[in-house]
Design a protein around this ligand. Structure first.
Ligand SMILES: NC(=O)c1ccc[n+]([C@@H]2O[C@H](COP(=O)([O-])OP(=O)(O)OC[C@H]3O[C@@H](n4cnc5c(N)ncnc54)[C@H](O)[C@@H]3O)[C@@H](O)[C@H]2O)c1
Length: 283
């Protein structure tokens, strides 16, 4: 499966970055969102990333120009997916929105195009059920910021074909990512492990085993994690992590995912981490 033309649906935090790395890898990319403002903001963020790359000597002027030259924008899903080899959806994390988008994609994209969702938690099998050929449906879970983070989780559902899975892995490598292949299970690989560590670290704060700083240092210096689980929770947002933990607790059933009382009370008090100025750290 040759992938040269890509549509990215949603130009927000993830979509703009996905469009950037695909364009930088030489694909022609159509970036779509629901308004001119949203696509313009996405394009502006790409320009900003590239300018910063040039300033830091990581991107040449020529690469910057080529990447921008490969990108066009639209507010129409039908225009975005017309004639493409791959569609990557990066719209809000709502089953309703994603199903509605993929119904439109199914009607307008070439029958052989690979259809991918960047969902961080929703079932690939359920979203893929709305397209006429779920064998070509797959999860491509990028990490934020997309142009910097190396990991790509390729999530294959029960109906995803081996060809689709292999094509997504190959394409991920072409983007300079390190793909891992994960079955369509709640939390995939990354959130499932990350949440267990995060919840246990919060339980350790609750039980006064050590200070947040020292718990984080245990992982940073003892296990070479670039950032401890409590600092990471502050950056992601305590409310966001609570939502994921509740979802994994209910779907996987293990008490390892049970949100600690301390997490619930901090969220109730508005201590949401970096975005609110206070979490396990003061920001
Ligand atoms: N933010 C992260 O760290 C992260 C990491 C991995 C995966 N994800 C997943 O990526 C997806 C997007 O997340 P995000 O953080 O970029 O969200 P975001 O809110 O920053 O961007 C979503 C964009 O989708 C647009 N949109 C809304 N309805 C649309 C529609 N019908 N068609 C096309 N675009 C539409 C919005 O206008 C917005 O620009 C979600 O599924 C999320 O779970 C997020």
């Amino acid at each position: 499966m040759k992938i040269d033309r890509v549509a990215v649906l949603g130009a927000g935090t993830m979509g703009h970055g996905i469009a950037q790395v695909c364009a930088a890898a030489g694909c022609t990319v159509r970036l779509q969102d629901i308004s001119d403002d949203a696509v313009d903001r996405g394009l502006e963020r790409i320009r900003g990333n590239l300018d910063q790359g040039v300033d830091r000597g990581k991107v040449t002027d020529e690469e910057r120009a080529t990447t921008l030259g490969n990108l066009t924008t639209t507010t129409s899903i039908a225009d975005a997916v017309d004639g493409v080899d791959l569609v990557i959806e990066a719209a809000p994390e709502s089953m309703e929105i994603k199903e509605s988008i993929f119904r439109q994609v199914d009607a307008a994209a070439p029958a052989e195009a690979i259809l991918a969702s960047n969902t961080s938690s929703l079932s690939i099998a359920v979203i893929g059920a709305v397209v006429s050929n779920p064998e070509r449906f797959i999860g491509m879970h990028f990490f934020n910021p997309v142009h910097i983070m190396a990991l790509l989780e390729v999530v294959w559902g029960p109906d995803t074909s081996d060809e689709t899975r292999d094509a997504a892995v190959d394409f991920g490598r072409r983007l300079g990512k390190e793909p891992i292949v994960v079955r369509d299970a709640p939390g995939f690989a990354s959130s499932r492990l990350g949440i267990v560590l995060g919840m246990e670290a919060i339980r350790m704060v609750e039980q006064e085993v050590a200070s947040p700083e020292d718990i984080d240092k245990a992982m940073e210096l003892g296990y070479r994690h670039p950032m401890g689980p409590l600092k990471l929770t502050d950056l992601v947002g305590l409310d966001v992590r609570l939502g994921i933990a509740e979802y994994l607790h209910s779907t996987l059933g293990s008490e390892a995912f049970a949100p600690p009382a301390l997490l619930r009370s901090m969220v109730a008090e508005g201590k949401l981490g970096k975005k609110s100025g206070q979490g396990f750290y003061r920001w």
